[in-house]
Ligand binder design. Sequence first.
Ligand code: NAD
Ligand code: ZN
Ligand code: ZN
Length: 377
Amino acid sequence: MKALVYQGERDVAVREVPDARIEEPTDVLIKVTATSICGSDLHMYEGRTDVEPGTVFGHENLGEVVEVGDAVVRIRAGDRVCIPFNIACGFCRNCDRGLTGSCLTVSPGMDGGAYGYTGMGPYRGGQAELLRVPFGDVNCLKLPEDSIERELDYVMLADIWPTGYHATQLAGLEPGDSIVIYGAGPVGLMAAYSATLLGAANVMVVDRLPDRLALVEKIGATPVDDSAADPVEQVMDLTRGAGADRGCECVGWQAHDPDGTEHPNQTMNRLVGSVRATGGIGVVGVFVPEDPGAPDRLAREGQIAFDLGAFFQKSLHMASGQAHVKRYNRQLRDLIAADRARPSFLVSHQLPLNEAPQAYRHFDDRDRGWTKVVLRP
Ligand SMILES: NC(=O)c1ccc[n+]([C@@H]2O[C@H](COP(=O)([O-])OP(=O)(O)OC[C@H]3O[C@@H](n4cnc5c(N)ncnc54)[C@H](O)[C@@H]3O)[C@@H](O)[C@H]2O)c1
Ligand SMILES: [Zn+2]
Ligand SMILES: [Zn+2]
């Protein structure tokens, strides 16, 4: 089968690899019909992780079931399914509590597994013609009859919509709250969209890329351009000096100035500055336990200089981590099916798998208009 393979820093290619196949009786095999490129893939693409050359990327997958293992009971060939990026067993201590992003079974020695991602187990990704889905009964979300016509909406259920939603839940968002979101990439946009659906009174999103800020405005949220003025002061002005009730981190450790200089603590400390006393912060942007190539000593060891004093003084709370996609994906699917949500508003490009290398280049350069790419193998 054809698959998108990592070859080295900023070097990916579509190559022939052995077909994915059923390996365990609990597996499901799908023919991938839509798979998107994620900001998380870019950390690997940019050579900022220890990902091995030869890795097949792709954790935002949707497709048609072609074969099921002997022990699969709920899923049948022909079903159209969307696959959470987390691989979960469904029966371990964490899965049992709905914390499927921290499954204890699928990557022994680690908490949590995913497709095509370094440090998340041996599973190949779905930027390919076929994908093996372990524990298929647990991990396949069945899609309704409009799954072909609404494919661009449903593929957002694999990762970024549940992840954006998770950020609002980690922050403790309630109807009527104000919320500031750092990052207007796909995840930040989905956090803003979720906050709007959940009844936030005031949704502010900080970034500097004009095309992404335009999408913020399009969904009825307030764009905050941090290349124009200090974003913390802008949030204070927008909340009459109070600060936002809630804040979300949707950038991660590669946070940078508009000129590209990285400051891994920038968004975290700006969140502490822009959230009001007793408010909450949800962190879904990725922070890594080590970053050997980082310019400063703290960052190399996965640490940041965090404004803990201000955090404490304001009695803030904070939660972080991988989104537990399965906790949200059914309900969010049903919002699409009921015509109450259209998360595909951020998809800018649909391309055949062959064009994935160019798509990676444009998305990585944050080229104007490249907000989200869906590949169609
Ligand atoms: N926790 C999870 O389960 C999960 C799932 C998916 C993605 N992620 C992570 O979420 C993060 C965002 O993903 P994405 O797909 O939206 O990525 P992206 O790279 O497309 O978007 C990041 C955005 O942040 C902006 N940005 C950079 N520095 C900034 C700063 N200092 N202040 C404000 N904005 C700044 C960039 O201009 C860009 O628009 C990544 O770290 C990704 O790995 C986490
Ligand atoms: Zn993703
Ligand atoms: Zn588990």
